[in-house]
Design a protein around this ligand. Structure first.
Ligand SMILES: *Cc1c(COP(=O)(O)O)cnc(C)c1O
Length: 378
C-alpha cells in the first residue's frame, strides 16, 4: 500500500547520536535511552532496535514499558512516571524498574505477596524542579522505609534538572547538583550506594560531566535534536560541539493540484484570499496527524526542492499549500513537511518557531498511527 503520510527514520543515526552523547563520559558510565512518548514521536518499535548499545531504556508509563517488553526488549527498563498502586505488581512481574517518591507506593509494594522477583526501586530526589521527587528533608525516612521493604531492592537514585537547557547561566543546575550529591551521601549513610545513579538529560550529558554519575538518561539528543539553542551555544563555548544528526523526516504527497483565480478564498474561515492566479496543492495531512494548527498561513513545505507556503487553516486531515512558484509539481509528488528536499530543509526547530513551541513537542506529537519506515543514509 502506498502511504499518503509517513515518517522516515535514518537507520544509522540513533546509534551515532548515542555515541556522540557518550563522548564526554568516563568509561563504564551507562546510557539509558529515553523512549517515552513513542520515542519522541519517532516510533518506539522502530527506534528501540536501532539502539543496540543502549544499556537501559526509560519510558513514562507502565503501558509503554509493557509495550517494549512486548517487542522483545530484555534490557533493563525504568518507568519515569507514576504507576497506579493497583498496577505495581504488573510492573514488577514485567521486570520494570520503578521511579518511587510516594510512601504509599513503597508500602503497597511491601504488602504484595508472592512477587516473582524483588521490585527494582529508583528513588527520585526533589532537588528544585518542583515536580516528582522526595524532598531532601524526607529522604532519610523514605530510604529507611525502602530498606525495610523485604521484597524490593534500592537499585537507583535519580533527579531531574529544571533549567539546564534554558540558559547560559548554570548556577541553578549547580545548586541542584549540590543537593543531589548531598542526597547521595545521605543514602550511602542510611542504606548503601545504589548501583545506578542518574541525573543527566541530554543537555547535562553534553555540558556537565559532573552530572553523569553512573548513567546518562538521554532523550532528545538520540533523535539528533538539540535541547535548545542555549545548549548548542554553551557546547560551542566549551569547544565541543557533537555532531547530532536528525533521525526523522516527515512526508506526504500531493493529492490534488488546482488553479484558482485571483481573489479566491482558501480553506475554513476564508482566512486566506489569493492575490494572483494561484496553483493550490492539497495535502492529505492535518492536525489530527500532529501537523500543528498554528502552521496555518505560516508554515512552509518542500516540493521538488522548493518552498511552498501553507495557505489557509490547517484542517483535521488536510492542508493547503501555494504551489504557484513550484515548477512542474504533479499529482502524488512527494512533499516534505520536516526534513530535506534538494537544497532546502525544514528542521523541527524551524517548525517549532512557526508553531510557538519547542522541537520536543513538534516531533512527539506526530501521530503514532502514521507508518514509520527506516532508510539508510550512510
Ligand atoms: C524526558 C526526560 C529525560 C530526557 O530529557 P532530554 O532533554 O530529552 O534528554 C530525562 N529524564 C527525565 C526524568 C525525563 O522526563
Amino acid at each position: 500500500m502506498s502511504s499518503l503520510v509517513w515518517v522516515e527514520l535514518d537507520g544509522g543515526a540513533p546509534e551515532c547520536n548515542l555515541r556522540e552523547l557518550r563522548r564526554g563520559s568516563a568509561p563504564g558510565v551507562l546510557a539509558c535511552a529515553v523512549v517515552k512518548a513513542n520515542a519522541y514521536g519517532h516510533g518506539v518499535r522502530q527506534i528501540a532496535p536501532l539502539l543496540p548499545s543502549a544499556d537501559w531504556f526509560a519510558v513514562n508509563s507502565l503501558e509503554e514499558g509493557l509495550e517494549l517488553r512486548g517487542f522483545g526488549i530484555t534490557r533493563p527498563i525504568v518507568i519515569l512516571g507514576y504507576v497506579a498502586l493497583g498496577d505495581l505488581a504488573a510492573a514488577v512481574e514485567a521486570d520494570l524498574a520503578l521511579t518511587v517518591y510516594n510512601r504509599e507506593t513503597v508500602e503497597k509494594i511491601a504488602s504484595l505477596a508472592s512477587l516473582p522477583r524483588p521490585a527494582r526501586l529508583h528513588v527520585k530526589v526533589e532537588t528544585g524542579t518542583g515536580r516528582q521527587g522526595v524532598l531532601p528533608e524526607d529522604l532519610e525516612a523514605f530510604v529507611r522505609l525502602v530498606k525495610a521493604t523485604g521484597n524490593s531492592r534500592l537499585e537507583g537514585l535519580s533527579t531531574h534538572f529544571a533549567n539546564i537547557e534554558d540558559t547560559l547561566n548554570h548556577a541553578y543546575a549547580e545548586e541542584q547538583l549540590e543537593r543531589f550529591s548531598s542526597a547521595l551521601r545521605l543514602v550511602e549513610q542510611v542504606a548503601e550506594r545504589p548501583p545506578i545513579v542518574h541525573a543527566a538529560c541530554t543537555a547535562a550529558a553534553l555540558l556537565f560531566p559532573k552530572t553523569h554519575f553512573t548513567m546518562l538518561r538521554v532523550g532528545i539528543g538520540l533523535y539528533g535534536l538539540w535541547p535548545s539553542r542555549e545548549t548548542f551555544l554553551s557546547a560551542r563555548e566549551q569547544g565541543a560541539v557533537p555532531a547530532l544528526a536528525p533521525v526523522l523526516s516527515w512526508k506526504t504527497r500531493l493529492v490534488q493540484i488546482k488553479s484558482l483565480p485571483e481573489g479566491s478564498f482558501v480553506g475554513y474561515g476564508c482566512s486566506y484570499r489569493t492575490t494572483r492566479r494561484t496553483t493550490v496543492g492539497i495535502l492529505p495531512v492535518g492536525y489530527s496527524d500532529g501537523y500543528d494548527r498554528a502552521l496555518g498561513n505560516r508554515g512552509h513545505v518542500l516540493v521538488r526542492g522548493r518552498r511552498a507556503p501553507v495557505i489557509g487553516r490547517i484542517c483535521m486531515n488536510l492542508t493547503l499549500v501555494d504551489l504557484t512558484d513550484v515548477a512542474g509539481a504533479g499529482l502524488e509528488d512527494e512533499v516534505v513537511l520536516l526534513g530535506t528536499s534538494g537544497r532546502e530543509s525544514i528542521s523541527a526547530e524551524v517548525m517549532a518557531e512557526w508553531a510557538g513551541t519547542i522541537n520536543y513537542e513538534v516531533v512527539s506529537r506526530i501521530s503514532p498511527l502514521l507508518p514509520r519506515t527506516i532508510v539508510e543514509r550512510r
